[in-house]
Design a protein around this ligand. Sequence first.
Ligand SMILES: Cc1cc2nc3c(=O)[nH]c(=O)nc-3n(C[C@H](O)[C@H](O)[C@H](O)COP(=O)(O)O)c2cc1C
Length: 362
Amino acid sequence: MKHLFEPYSLPSTTLNNRVVMAPMTRARRPDHVPGPDTAEYYRQRAGAGLIITEGVFVSPQAQGYSDVPGLWTDEQRAGWAVVTDAVHDAGGRIFAQLWHVGRVSHTSLQPAGAAPVGPSTLQAQAHAWVQGVGFLDASRPRALGTDEIPRLTADFADAAARAVQAGFDGVELHGAHGFLFEQFLNPHVNDRTDRYGGSVENRARFLLEALDALIDRIGAQRVAVRLSPFTRASDLPADDQAEAVYAYLAPELARRHLAYVHLSDLRLGGAADVPEDFLKTFRAAYDGTILLAGGLDRTRAEELIASDLIDLAVFGRPFIANPDLVERMRHNLPLATPDPDTFYGGGAVGYTDYPHHDGSAA
Ligand SMILES: Cc1cc2nc3c(=O)[nH]c(=O)nc-3n(C[C@H](O)[C@H](O)[C@H](O)COP(=O)(O)O)c2cc1C
């Protein structure tokens, strides 16, 4: 039987176990450059089979939250190289999550105070986060011109190239949670009449072109994608045709031979928004590695892996307070509870000061 604590081979690297640390924004880098604290935080958690970093902005325009590290400068690349060395020295593997928030931003976070960009001018009833100010209503976006899309895809490809130079084992395109790519996928946010709007194929074009740009630059075995089927995050309207989107995407993703597809269930309404029936359908249509995140514990993760619905189990909040989460789960030790007040911003407190299960420093 397949087991949570056994090694697993991705196309480009082998993981020590099937436990993955979820991408989690911690907003502690005002200069957007990863520092020694970033390296220490990820080193402490290298017992995960795979770490996916916090969302990393691919350009200044991509930003919707303050103090998040980027990958658009050589200085940022050098900062991340220290992080990947620390994780590799500790026996772990690490992918960078590449992020553009699209319309979910505020003019004060945008270059020259410009409007955020999206598929349309439809404003999100959602929030951007500005250090020292707090949550601000997302500003009215400007609709991207058809001829601007290649520049955005190039930003992702450039960030991916820097990620590989920085020693990352791969990159995960953030295609989830109502950010840029899901804004294009959603027929109620995307009202375009060009080749990026209308049919399912057109709405999925930007996502697939961005993946192809990453594949061209760093190779398919290093490219992954995160998606959140049926999410309503960031004011994404319900799409009763969402199943058609995924029926189209599954074979398109399969033929690209990606490192993995990461499905995120934010459970915003409390219950699962990725039903087990959907997982079965997607599993049948997509023959690569599948990750699932959202409210998992050891028991549920083992059930999903043993029943062959997923390959790798992703844990978010449990990794914040339990740097040695894999050891704790392996030995059925109690888990510490993270403090939500220190999730975003601040220093070492609630970041690198959570101890091991025996009380020793992580
Ligand atoms: C503090 C925090 C920050 C997060 N930041 C990101 C992010 O940058 N990118 C992303 O895709 N998801 C992000 N998420 C969602 C997590 O990756 C994960 O999907 C979610 O926490 C559900 O998993 P869990 O129930 O194991 O915590 C974040 C979650 C938390 C709690």
